[in-house]
Design a protein. Structure first.
Length: 530
């Protein structure tokens, strides 16, 4: 007897093969059979005529490290059809920690990820994984090791290069986390302290990743004026460390740089033609979202939050910061130049006193206070102890579509569950791929889109028994109406669930049943398959 029998669905299995009408049987958390017609008893039958059944979507680029601790029901992701959430991206991971440097790591991470409602008690990567599994998860999740976390544990927020002893300690910390099951390491090379690392450091650490069978993912050093050299750096790391490389949220920032799209693609295609394992993920929006600290030049970040605030409060250093923001610096991704204050909107604030600012632009807020926008932005960072997150308008849809259509491109939300006005990608990425890029723009077929959200990311993470509908695989499945599955989150009203999703199963258990979250917690904390 089957646990669940899905009947008469359009089966899109994740491999890119054409969809076909058939049945899917589930037993003991796994897919038992897939055929045109399956006979047999079942504890529950789902009539799915007119619906698509696909593998559960995999968010290759998430930031739910803390959110899932406080919200293990994972409704934001599950109601998009996401059955595996990958945290620890962009160099930020809340594990591993240490008794002497853990507070510095957390202070750096939590200004981005939001503060938890309960004390953090773990230290190792395995401790975090065990904590999350014991908490009970409604979706599957995993955690990359953040390079920024590893560097902070050894060097704090220094702008110096590691000496051999320090680099050895970083390798040991990374290797231990990988041995405990981490799937790889992420970098955030525009953020503190990743912005101070050089290519040599990243290559040496990536050699450890390669030895352990993991992946290297990277928010590259520059997605703007120096986007080409930054992509080349990622390719160099792939070549010299012989490691699989995933370029995070591939984009080109700033209208002055949009013409570089073909050159970016050429670099990636040439690397792949040379046998290098270089891929990317993309989110389907023309606005980005990151901390307001991204508008500060790298030199102003050294030392972490206390040192940053001291500089912001010093009139001489503040003038220097503003001058550099206006003129830019070689190699620095200047978010102000790419957007300007009219196109930078407050998404979340760490404190309570300025919550009314969320959803408003820096320029409008500065005007209402009769303040220069540069000083307003720096004063806000001071008032919020640097915990300010923003949405930046700086891309164009032609380039986004170009990158999404690459055969080696995958989908990642880069959603940060923080504040009342988060980027709508947090709630809408996966249905938007189908609504916008399949149905409206017709850039992708439905089969291609689903492959980018299932099979390709599962393979990237080394999870051979997820991402495809076939007997023996975990029964992570999504049923949706292909004509109605649509994102409803907007920039002005972002916290809105999609419509057109019918059922979500995680490891063979129904978690989303129409409008209802069943309360089931069948999620697994995935560890690298040794």
């Amino acid at each position: 007897m089957f646990d669940i029998l899905i009947q008469g669905a359009t089966i899109i299995d994740g491999t890119g093969s054409p969809g076909w009408i058939g049945d899917v049987a589930i037993k003991d958390k796994r897919i038992k059979a897939v055929a045109g017609k399956i006979d047999g008893q079942a504890a529950r039958r789902l009539s799915a005529k007119g619906q698509v059944v696909s593998p559960g979507f995999i968010d290759l680029h998430g930031h739910s490290d803390i959110h899932l601790l406080d919200h293990p029901d994972a409704q934001i992701k599950l109601r998009q059809g996401v059955t595996l959430d990958t945290a620890g991206n962009c160099g930020f991971s809340v594990a591993p920690l240490s008794s002497n440097s853990g507070e510095a790591v957390l202070n750096n991470c939590l200004t981005v990820l939001g503060k938890p409602s309960q004390p953090i008690k773990w230290l190792s990567w395995a401790d975090y994984a065990d904590t999350m599994q014991a908490r009970g998860l409604s979706t599957n999740m995993t955690l990359l090791v953040g390079h920024g976390t590893v560097r902070t544990l050894v060097m704090g927020f220094s702008n110096q290069q590691p000496n051999p002893e320090q680099l050895g300690r970083m390798k040991d910390i990374l290797g231990e986390a990988l041995d405990q099951g981490a799937l790889g390491m992420s970098t955030g090379l525009i953020y503190l302290p990743g912005c101070y690392s050089k290519t040599h450091e990243l290559v040496e650490l990536s050699k450890v990743i390669a030895q352990k069978g993991g992946i290297y993912t990277s928010h590259t050093r520059n997605e703007s004026t120096d986007v080409l050299s930054s992509i080349e750096e990622a390719v160099t790391i792939a070549r010299e460390a012989d490691v699989p490389v995933q370029i995070s949220h591939l984009k080109i920032s700033g209208s002055q740089n949009w013409h570089l799209a073909d050159k970016v693609v050429a670099i990636l295609e040439q690397a792949r033609a040379q046998g290098l394992d270089v891929t990317c993920d993309v989110y389907p929006y023309v606005r980005a979202s990151t901390t307001l600290l991204a508008v500060l030049p790298p030199w102003a970040l050294e030392g972490g939050v206390p040192a940053i605030m001291a500089r912001l409060g010093d009139s001489t250093q503040r003038k220097r910061i503003i001058a550099d923001m206006k003129a830019s610096l070689p190699g620095w991704h200047n978010f102000y130049i790419d957007s300007d204050w009219d196109n930078i909107t407050i998404a979340s604030l760490q404190g309570d006193q300025n919550q009314s600012y969320e959803g408003q632009t820096i320029s409008a807020l500065a005007a209402s206070k009769k303040q220069d926008p540069f000083d307003f932005a720096l004063d806000l960072l001071l008032a919020e102890e640097c915990g300010v997150f923003c949405v930046y308008e700086l891309m164009n849809e032609e380039t986004v579509a170009r990158f999404i259509s690459l055969p080696f491109a995958m989908v990642g939300s880069d959603g940060v569950p923080n504040g009342s006005k988060p980027h709508p990608r947090l709630y809408g990425t996966f249905p938007r791929i189908i609504a916008r890029y399949v149905r409206e723009l017709k850039i992708l077929s439905l089969e291609e889109a689903i492959k980018k959200m299932t099979f390709l990311p599962a393979q990237r993470l080394g999870l051979s028994d997820r991402g495809v509908i076939k007997p023996g695989n975990w029964a992570d499945l999504v049923l949706f109406d292909p004509k109605e599955f649509t994102d409803t989150a907007t920039y002005s009203d972002p916290c809105q669930y999609p419509r057109g999703l019918n059922t979500v199963m995680v490891n063979g258990e129904v978690v989303i049943d129409g409008p209802t979250h069943t309360g089931a917690t069948p999620g697994i904390f995935e560890r690298r398959r040794m």
